[in-house]
Design a binder for this molecule. Structure first.
Ligand SMILES: *[C@@H]1O[C@H](CO)[C@@H](O)[C@H](O)[C@H]1NC(C)=O
Ligand SMILES: *[C@@H]1O[C@H](CO)[C@@H](O)[C@H](O)[C@H]1NC(C)=O
Ligand SMILES: *[C@@H]1O[C@H](CO)[C@@H](O)[C@H](O)[C@H]1NC(C)=O
Ligand SMILES: [Cu+2]
Length: 182
């Protein structure tokens, strides 16, 4: 009795911890209120370094479309500020990019001189997916797509839990935990 109780309690704690460690997909506006620009010495490297990007996040570029654009490029093109053959180009002034794969996602402004003056950002996505509860050892096989190979399809296993359902699950787990000890 005591044994199965403690096993159940441990399972409940693991589930609760896994749920609480999950965080929701976030929308990040590049440069925050400064937006996507070549003036004002915005440090996009510093901006990106302060974030923990994960699969499912949305990156937003806000800018004046008369003066800038957004190009997704490879690492060599990012380093060289080479805008001659972008993987994707965005021009609306309010563009969102859905992150569907782990790894580096490189963006530059394709207007001559802008990338050279610092209008470039490397979105390094470290976290695979928020929906795999690693502590229970049930994470699905990785379905990630190389990040530099163009638009990547959404991994089939990536089901995003809404914050409300996570809270419900955490509360249910807590209820089970309490009942086990009474
Ligand atoms: C820019 O990138 C393209 C495509 O990768 C390449 O063919 C070209 O040589 C590059 N140009 C420069 C100046 O590096
Ligand atoms: C960009 O679009 C989002 C969502 O549609 C909106 O909330 C935001 O205010 C827009 N930003 C600008 C600068 O128009
Ligand atoms: C990007 O994600 C948003 C929110 O999850 C979704 O509404 C939108 O359809 C996605 N866009 C693409 C191109 O997959
Ligand atoms: Cu620009």
């Amino acid at each position: 009795m005591g044994f199965s109780k403690s096993v159940a309690a441990r399972a409940v704690v693991l589930v609760a911890v896994a749920l609480l460690r999950l965080s929701d997909a976030a929308v990040y506006t590049v440069g925050d209120s400064g937006g996507w620009t070549s003036i004002g010495n915005l440090d996009y490297k510093q901006w990106a370094a302060a974030k923990t990007f994960q699969v499912g996040d949305i990156i937003r570029f806000e800018y004046n479309a008369q003066f800038h654009n957004v190009m997704r490029v490879t690492h060599p093109m990012y380093k060289a500020c080479n805008a001659s053959a972008p993987l994707a180009t965005y021009t609306t002034g309010n563009d969102t990019v859905n992150i569907t794969a782990k790894g580096h996602h490189f963006f530059i402004c394709g207007v001559p001189g802008h990338c050279q003056s610092g209008q470039k950002v490397d979105i390094n996505v470290l976290r695979e997916s928020e929906s795999s509860p690693a502590p229970l050892g049930t994470s699905p096989a990785s379905a990630s797509v190389p990040s530099a190979g163009g638009p990547a399809p959404s991994p089939s296993g990536a089901i995003t839990l809404k914050a409300s359902s996570k809270v419900c699950l955490a509360m249910a787990a807590f209820a089970v935990f309490v009942s086990v000890f009474h």
